[in-house]
Design a protein around this ligand. Structure first.
Ligand SMILES: Cc1cc2nc3c(=O)[nH]c(=O)nc-3n(C[C@H](O)[C@H](O)[C@H](O)COP(=O)(O)OP(=O)(O)OC[C@H]3O[C@@H](n4cnc5c(N)ncnc54)[C@H](O)[C@@H]3O)c2cc1C
Length: 391
């Protein structure tokens, strides 16, 4: 396996490219977007994924670009402060865990690989033949030993090689929307949260951002909508948040002008196998854990490291599946559990959660409570011992 094509130049794609290069492969990356995608939202790097970042020599650079969030404050419908938590506790981070904007991480990974990996932007795979011949929307057909699908939860490579998304998607019963908004609340490395039964609004501003990001999550049965109709999606969000208090009406007003609007169901991808013939999937394409897990980025980093390492060490795609499966399962299990804490189902549950948040800093068993919040994520994030693959 020396000549490898990767579809997708985000976290999983660039990291796989880096490690395959280090193991001596020739790597081409095809990306549908016209350039490396900037911006996005903040993501966490935890546990074993930190080891991957360290082995790439990027730990200091990631630290230097970390969001540096300080606090998270909960507000009630009338805008009264309910409680303020330390940002790491709010985000379930322990030890050396880091938080960074997705675009910043992507840029670091791209810069690390751009000199010795061929990047083809503004293109996409249309077919993969059994002999490894790949056809593209724009480029001429080319032959590869292996095609790595790193093109996200709605993976094009997965559809071509394994079939329609509906066969692998597990809808968790929620929607999520996020976009840039003006920082009218004057937030400084902090987030402001308002939760109501069945829906949550959150706005934050990081160290790097002079503006802010508004994030909304709500429980909902599957919605029928056009994936290209952004105005229609903004309408669905507005309807879901209708009647909300706090700053939500003003945020929805600001959302109207946003040109980086993201809207999707909170869905996981579950597959019995991530490889078939000359195709293998990595990151969200093969095992999206959903934004609710908080572990999608770490899964992409660890998955990329293990895939490249096993291919180089002769374990092949079987070795990749064997090494990674339990880690993926442990992290995917976080999604359905976490989402219930992010969007509270009932008024009674909300009342209880508010009490707990208020009391948390003063409770005698505070450490036990913190362990209950952050412990499961920390255990899942460390649920793999990374091999040291020979280069
Ligand atoms: C709103 C939101 C909040 C999140 N919060 C967190 C968090 O707090 N912590 C965390 O760890 N994770 C979080 N995640 C998840 C995290 O962003 C993903 O799990 C992670 O980016 C996975 O990386 P990936 O490279 O597998 O896929 P993606 O980042 O989705 O990248 C896929 C790439 O493939 C490209 N592509 C798509 N189609 C094609 C095609 N046909 N041909 C070529 N290229 C294509 C895309 O343009 C993109 O560059 C969040 C995700 C969302 C959406």
């Amino acid at each position: 396996m020396t000549n490898i094509l990767i579809s997708g130049a985000s976290i999983a794609g660039t990291t796989t490219a880096y490690w395959l290069r280090r193991h001596g492969c020739t790597v081409t990356v095809v990306e549908r977007a016209p350039a490396i995608r900037e911006g996005g939202y903040k993501v966490d790097i935890r546990g074993a994924a930190l080891t991957v970042i360290e082995r790439m020599g990027l730990l200091d650079a990631v630290r230097a670009r970390s969001t540096d969030m300080r606090i998270a404050t909960h507000y009630d419908a009338r805008g009264r402060r309910v409680a303020t938590l330390d940002a790491d506790l709010f985000g379930g981070r322990t030890g050396g865990d880091l938080e960074i904007m997705r675009g910043d991480l992507n840029e670091l990974l791209y810069d690390l690989t751009r000199d010795d990996v061929e990047y083809v932007f503004d293109d996409s795979i249309t077919a993969i033949a059994e002999d490894g011949t790949v056809t593209f929307e724009r480029s001429e057909p080319r032959k590869f030993d292996l095609v790595v699908g790193a093109d996200g939860a709605h993976s094009n490579t997965r559809r071509i090689a394994f079939g329609e998304e509906s066969g692998f998607a597990r809808d968790l019963g929620y929607y999520i929307s996020i976009c840039s908004v003006p920082n009218t609340l004057g937030l400084d490395r902090e987030e402001a949260v308002h939760a109501a039964p069945g829906r949550t609004a959150n706005v934050y501003s990081t160290r790097q951002d002079s503006g802010a990001k508004a994030l909304f999550m709500w429980s909902s049965p599957p919605l029928d909508y056009d994936h290209r109709d952004v105005t229609g999606q903004k309408e669905l969000l507005t309807r879901a948040m209708d009647g909300s208090g706090w700053q939500v009406p003003a945020l929805l007003e600001a959302v109207r002008d946003a040109n980086d609007f993201y809207f999707d169901s909170v869905t996981q991808i579950h597959m019995d196998r991530w490889s078939k013939g000359r195709v293998v999937l990595v990151g969200d394409a093969g095992y999206c854990a959903s934004p609710a897990s908080g572990q999608g980025t770490s899964l992409a980093l660890v998955g990329a490291y293990v895939l490249a390492g096993e291919l180089a060490a002769g374990g092949g795609t079987d070795g990749y599946e064997r090494e990674l499966r339990a880690f993926v399962e442990a992290n995917q299990a976080l999604g359905p559990a976490n989402v219930k804490g992010m969007v509270i189902g009932s008024r009674a549950a909300l009342w209880f959660q508010t009490r707990m948040i208020r009391l948390l800093p003063h409770l005698p068993g505070r450490d036990r409570m913190i362990e209950r919040v952050a412990g499961p994520i920390a255990r899942a994030a460390n649920a793999i011992t990374l091999k040291q693959y020979r280069e």
